[in-house]
Design a protein around this ligand. Sequence first.
Ligand code: ADP
Ligand code: ADP
Length: 225
Amino acid sequence: MIKLKNIDKYYDAKFQRTFILKGVDLDVKQGEFVTIMGPSGAGKSTLLNIIGLLDEPNAGDYYFLDEPAHKIKEKQKVQYHRSHIGFIFQAFHLIDELNVYENIETPLVYRGVKGKERKAMVADLLDRFNMVAKKDLFPNQLSGGQQQLVGIARAIIGNPKLLLADEPTGNLHSEQGEMIMRLLKKLNEEGMTIIQVTHNEDFAQYGTRIVKLVDGLIEEDLPVQ
Ligand code: ADP
Ligand code: ADP
């Protein structure tokens, strides 16, 4: 599903080049739940952004769904983001002025899904996530865990093939973090491919594989026992 071959990412300053990723090779198959770990500054977010077509490598080959990423045009990328890739973030990134219902509905509006169908899709997810009673509330009226639930609902409403999660539990207390991890595990068991970044050793165990990134290099790549 995802294949990175010898990926470099660097930034050039006047007299020096700083490497963020150095020759990264990574293969992710459909149905995997990969956790990327490693110290701060190791390049984890950069790697996730490249995988999610939000950033581009300076060298190497990246194939997304067998498509060479450098051949995917900017316009097409928007389509990819709408239909193939869901993102969730540590800081949730919900729209404060929209209520729960509207936050979840937003991607469908952009995709041009008709009103009736939108309603059914949002209602279905609200139900699955036990959020029906919260649908009229605004993000600042929710706990962090509930906000992340909304973030996940919004990310998966278009039924993406891939869910990318950049420290999804980083702002949550451990109980709420566990709730979110159980949900991610369930989504994975239902078939969604997930790649998450986390610093939490316990939460890494919810996935199927742990990739350790240090100084832009993959130092370890092991299945979860
Ligand atoms: P991680 O997610 O593992 O903490 P990041 O991918 O966020 O690491 O960043 C890796 C390194 O790249 C950091 O040292 C960061 O300062 C650097 N970096 C990120 N973006 C830029 C940029 N636009 N210019 C220069 N350095 C950058
Ligand atoms: P109608 O009155 O036509 O039956 P609704 O009142 O159910 O329609 O909502 C129509 C639109 O209102 C939705 O598509 C949605 O964009 C918006 N809306 C905003 N907040 C909510 C909410 N909490 N529950 C339902 N719809 C909402």
